[in-house]
Structure formats: structure tokens, C-alpha cells
Design a protein around this ligand. Structure first.
Ligand SMILES: Cc1cc2nc3c(=O)[nH]c(=O)nc-3n(C[C@H](O)[C@H](O)[C@H](O)COP(=O)(O)OP(=O)(O)OC[C@H]3O[C@@H](n4cnc5c(N)ncnc54)[C@H](O)[C@@H]3O)c2cc1C
Length: 335
């Protein structure tokens, strides 16, 4: 492992919309910055299903006004990904991909040291923008580790004329079920009754533009809905489900998609002594100043999906606000 003796002003961890936006703001401020990304550029978006039209409007997603080019009114995964990659290339942002941050700690004195899979860095300020997709949730049922079980959905083509089961109550599960049904798989969506009945967009209901075509697929018998209580077991050829009516259902099955959400990995923040609390939504969030996004550890900042500013719009907007404040604090410390 190499050691990098360069003293950075700002080290940014994660190159999703928040990390890319922060890199641009750091460049504008003339900071000596670096972004460390463990996967590819905008890896979370790279992991969206192939061809997915995203739900946000271009003005909420683009890095600079009027620069996201589209064929229709909403961008697809491919258009959004191309936009972020082009922005990084045009702005020549300093981002190391396929390098994971493993350890974040206070050095002696004012700065921090960050150990990665390739090197060791020192930085005066650290912005953690690792998103909330690190830990894909599991059902923890027998058979979940069979090769036919996936915790991500990529595309429907391998499943034409196959029995596919999607488990989950949110948009990702509903979208995957829709893609599979439209793409020619014999599809079942297993969903909790409370999720299926939920129509409140603020409480995470399936978006209307997914639900309407989903209901059409059900009506036309291309998609089956199972209101379930518990998945009992996944085997090579079947899935055994306990339904709401206490009945046992044995579904023939070739592929299972468990799409029940994900959690952030806040290990780096914990290591550095950042206080973490349980939010109303039941997930862990760091404690931070609502204006500056600085945590209780002075010099460590947070942005993006695992904070309360969750969507891409805020993941981009918050770094634009806070990086100039970080630059100011560095200038003040230098005099
Ligand atoms: C299918 C799908 C569709 C969505 N559609 C929309 C939409 O239409 N509009 C919207 O606003 N939001 C949408 N979202 C949510 C959106 O993707 C997130 O809000 C957004 O990606 C948050 O940006 P971020 O930069 O905070 O995190 P992320 O984009 O998740 O980026 C975090 C990055 O950090 C990297 N990383 C993690 N740990 C480390 C480490 N230790 N070292 C180095 N790098 C690390 C990750 O690889 C990742 O690239 C959607 C999500 C999904 C799954």
C-alpha cells in the first residue's frame, strides 16, 4: 500500500451526486481536494435497472442548470449516468475510483488521516458522502443464498417465460415487477398488505406512474399480487409463502428478487467518534449541524442520502452551500 504525504484541504468519500457536487464546489473554491470512490463514478446510479426512467425532473438532477440533455421529459439511468460522467470529465474533477476508504481517524493536531485500499491520506477536512446503499437488506430466510436469489434487479431479459418472484413494498420492488411482467416473465409481486394499501406519497407509497401500469398488468393477468405475511422458504424450484389469510402458498419459481431496501454503512463516522442516533424512520443517522452539516467531530462533514437531505436534488445542493463554508474555515485557520 502506498502512502500519500500530500496534505489535502478536503477529502471527499463517495462519488455519487453529493460527492461529485462537493468536488466541483471544492474546485471552484480553489481547494486542494480529492474524492475517493470505492466503485465506479455515480455507482448507485450505475446500479439502477437498465433503461429505468428516473422520477425526478432534470432541474433536480443536473450538475449545472440546462446541461442535462434528454430524449423525453424525464431522464433514463443511461442519460443521467452520461451526464455525471461528462460533467466530471469536462470539469476534470479529481476522483479516484475503485478505491475504498477503510478507516477515518483524527491525527495528532488538526488534521485527519484516511486509510484506503490503496493509500493513506491526510486532510484538514473530510466530507463523508457514502450514500445509503451499502447494506442491501436481507429477509434472513432459508434458501436466501441460492444462486437464483438476487438483492438487486438489473433487467428482465434473462427471465422471459420464467417464474419470477419480487418481494418488497417500495418503488424499487414495484418497478422491478413491472419491468419483469412487461418483459415477458411470469411475475408475482409479494407485498405486505399495509404497503399495497398505502397511497400516501409522503409515507413511501408506490409512485402513481408505477402503480397505474402495475394495476393494468394485474388486470390483464400478466402479474399476480400476493399479500403476504412471511416468506417461509426458498428452494431450487419453489417458494413457500404464508399469506395474510394464514394460508400456505407454494409458488413455482425460477428467480427471486428481494428488494426490501438498504442501509448506510456509518462505520467510518463511528470510528471517528461521530455521534449516531436512530431517526423517526428507524434508520441510523449522524448528528450534524443543520446549517453547516458539520458533525460533533469538528472538521468532519456529511452530505447526501444518509442525512435528512435525501434525494439527488439536495445531495447536489447541500455541498454547494457547505463547501464554501469549509473553504472559509480553512482560510480563517491559516491566518
Ligand atoms: C432505483 C432507484 C431509483 C432512484 N431514483 C431517484 C430519482 O429519480 N430521484 C432522486 O432524487 N433519487 C432517486 N433515487 C435515490 C438516489 O439514487 C439517491 O438519493 C442518490 O444516489 C444519493 O446520492 P449520494 O451521493 O448521497 O449517494 P450515492 O449516490 O449512493 O453515492 C455514494 C457513493 O459512495 C460510495 N462509497 C460508499 N462507501 C464508500 C467507502 N467506504 N469508500 C469510498 N466510496 C464509498 C458508493 O460506492 C457510492 O458511489 C433512486 C434510487 C434507486 C435505488
Amino acid at each position: 500500500m502506498g502512502s500519500n504525504t500530500e496534505q489535502l484541504d478536503l477529502l471527499i468519500i463517495g462519488a455519487g451526486p453529493a460527492g461529485i457536487s462537493a468536488a466541483y464546489a471544492a474546485k471552484v473554491e480553489g481547494l486542494n481536494y480529492l474524492v475517493i470512490e470505492r466503485g465506479l463514478l455515480a455507482h448507485t446510479i450505475y446500479n439502477y435497472p437498465v433503461g429505468l426512467p428516473v422520477f425526478s425532473t432534470p432541474d433536480e438532477l443536473e450538475m449545472l442548470p440546462g446541461t442535462l440533455e434528454l430524449a423525453r421529459d424525464k431522464p433514463t439511468r443511461e442519460e443521467l449516468l452520461a451526464h455525471y460522467v461528462r460533467f466530471i470529465l469536462e470539469q476534470n474533477l479529481r476522483i479516484n475510483t475503485e478505491e475504498e476508504a477503510l478507516e477515518l481517524k483524527h491525527d495528532d493536531g488538526e488534521s485527519f488521516s484516511v486509510r484506503t485500499t490503496r493509500s493513506q491520506y491526510r486532510a484538514m477536512r473530510v466530507l463523508v458522502a457514502v450514500g445509503a446503499m451499502s447494506r442491501l437488506r436481507r429477509l434472513n430466510v432459508p434458501g436466501e443464498d441460492l444462486p437464483k436469489v438476487q438483492h438487486r434487479f438489473v433487467e428482465p431479459f434473462p427471465f422471459v417465460r420464467k417464474d419470477a418472484l419480487v418481494i418488497g413494498g417500495g418503488n424499487s420492488a414495484a418497478e422491478a415487477a413491472l419491468f419483469l411482467a412487461e418483459g415477458g416473465a411470469r411475475t408475482t409481486l409479494a407485498i405486505w398488505p399495509s404497503d399495497w394499501e398505502n397511497r400516501d406519497p409522503k409515507a413511501g407509497a408506490i409512485k402513481a406512474w408505477v402503480r397505474t401500469p402495475l394495476e393494468r398488468e394485474i388486470k390483464e393477468n400478466r402479474l399476480q399480487i400476493v399479500l403476504f405475511k412471511r416468506i417461509e422458504e426458498i428452494t431450487e424450484r419453489e417458494v413457500r409463502i404464508e399469506t395474510e389469510e394464514e394460508a400456505r402458498l407454494l409458488l413455482p419459481n425460477d428467480a427471486v428478487f428481494i428488494l426490501i431496501g438498504s442501509d448506510a454503512d456509518l462505520m467510518l463516522l463511528r470510528q471517528a467518534g461521530v455521534e449516531i442516533v436512530r431517526s423517526e424512520r428507524g434508520c441510523d443517522v449522524p448528528v450534524y449541524d443543520q446549517e453547516t452539516f458539520e458533525t460533533n467531530v469538528r472538521g468532519i462533514y456529511v452530505a447526501g442520502h444518509f442525512t435528512n437531505a435525501r434525494h439527488i436534488k439536495d445531495a447536489i445542493a447541500v455541498p454547494r452551500r457547505i463547501v464554501p463554508l469549509i473553504a472559509q474555515s480553512l482560510r480563517a485557520a491559516a491566518v
